[in-house]
Write a protein that binds this ligand. Structure first.
Ligand SMILES: Nc1ncnc2c1ncn2[C@@H]1O[C@H](COP(=O)(O)OP(=O)(O)O)[C@@H](O)[C@H]1O
Ligand SMILES: [Mg+2]
Length: 259
């Protein structure tokens, strides 16, 4: 059975792309066959992270539009990252016109796209032996992210400690996750390091998150300046597996794999 996991948040900049690309790479290194898809059609990031413009023939946009087959959009990263399992990535079109076009799609098109996402999951399993599909979503409750969340078996809601992110995530839970009875975890990212210095400040942080969400808290990851210094062109968790950020994501990956 193939499992689909969406990495979602209420606002941009919480770390969805960094987290989804690294978790995918971690799972593929462990031997799982993984497909990662860029569904952030307004602000695509994976092409920059994977630096693979020359390998991309067609975009995820084209597949959702019924104009490309699954084999045309997936790029094989297995050799590049020397992963034990298969590691495929599907990219969102970075051209300005493509971003505008998808933003204009109506409800009818989006309903068709939802069916195509379900078909995509099956095709990835049948044609490539994919076991886990990870979606890097766009923030908020626009159609593309709603479609991704609705099609997923489990979701991760990423939030910083910023009240705007936290309250936005709570609204998303109420308006989207609860009506669709979606299983989700909360991941707090970019927590300020001073919260980890003393045990009591850490436990009050955990309590304050638990007070806001009924979904289980999967991790609290601090803000690490070395992540900002690291160039985007590498996958941090593969380059620096001993870094606490990489450990934290390995634990998250394991829980998602087992869930
Ligand atoms: N724990 C963290 N510590 C430091 N920087 C982080 C952390 N998580 C994410 N970032 C940085 O925050 C920025 C936004 O992350 P990104 O993954 O692009 O967010 P999103 O996809 O949600 O918009 C990037 O520069 C990323 O490297
Ligand atoms: Mg992103």
């Amino acid at each position: 059975m193939v499992k689909m996991i969406s990495i979602h948040s209420s606002r941009g900049g919480t770390g969805k792309s960094l987290i989804s690309s690294n978790i995918s790479a971690i799972l593929a290194s462990k031997g799982r066959n993984v497909a990662l898809l860029d569904f952030d059609f307004r602000a695509p990031s994976l092409l920059t992270i994977f630096q693979s413009r020359n390998s991309v023939r067609r975009w995820v946009n084209d597949y959702l539009d019924g104009k490309a087959k699954i084999g045309d959009i997936m790029v094989d990263m297995t050799n590049k990252y020397k992963t034990k399992g298969r590691f495929l990535v599907g990219f969102a079109n970075v051209e300005m016109d493509a971003m505008r076009e998808i933003a204009r799609k109506d409800r009818k098109w989006q309903m068709k796209a939802l069916k195509r996402i379900m078909a995509m999951k099956e095709e990835l399993a049948e044609q490539f032996g994919i076991e886990i599909v990870i979606i890097d979503t766009s923030p908020g409750v626009q159609y593309s992210s709603v479609n991704a969340v609705v099609s997923s078996d489990v979701c991760v809601i990423v939030s910083s400690m910023d009240l705007l992110d936290l309250e936005g995530a709570q609204r998303m839970v109420k308006d989207l996750y609860e009506p669709f009875e979606k299983r989700a975890y909360v991941l707090v990212n970019k927590a300020t390091p001073h919260m980890f210095v003393k045990d009591d400040s850490q436990s009050s942080l955990v309590e304050s998150i638990k007070g806001r969400f009924t979904q289980p808290l999967i991790a609290i990851i601090p803000c690490y300046c070395d992540l900002l210094l690291a160039q985007r062109v590498s996958l941090f968790a593969l380059d620096k597996p001993e870094h606490p950020f990489s450990w934290a994501l390995s634990e998250v990956a394991k829980r998602l794999e087992d869930s």
